[in-house]
Design a protein around this ligand. Sequence first.
Ligand SMILES: [Zn+2]
Length: 190
Amino acid sequence: MAKLYYRYGTMQSNKSNQIITTHHQYTTQGKQCLAYSTPIDTRSGHKRIKSRIGLELVCEYITENIYEEVKAIHEKDRVHAVVVDEAQFLSRADVHRLSDIADVLDIPVICFGLKTDFRNHLFEGSRVLLELSDAIDELKTICQFCNKKATLNMRLLNGVPTNIGETIQIGDEEYVPVCRKCYKERLELV
Ligand SMILES: [Zn+2]
């Protein structure tokens, strides 16, 4: 039975690089791997997954027809895996459809995303993936301000830490990975 995987991390935890590498591992063995992202984040340009170290992968966006779409491709030419970037932006229904790809079509689905937003609240997609995934892995990186493992994302507006604003606000601000201690100290929550 194929599994639904969730690989989560903070900002800068190498998610895009890992998804591109995973896709590459399948395709170099002649195995078809379908790459998807969520349409909410178009920073990478149209339908592309880009990593910070310069790798790039063409992808499609997840729609409500994802199950039928993968099924149709799979019936013509076997699909060995499905990889999904920016999985924190999936809806509950999206995750259910992805789980059907694993359970009914027997194709592994590997999702990558952020666990929490800059206020430390679970994203909807992450919540459902943490509830339903067969395998959950943490991708690790280091705190921007010290040498501990980063577990949280801090929003910087013009370089100043903040924990207010819209959950999804992409573009004019910066996010950095931080440990809980530094998060509290920088936001004067201690
Ligand atoms: Zn720290």
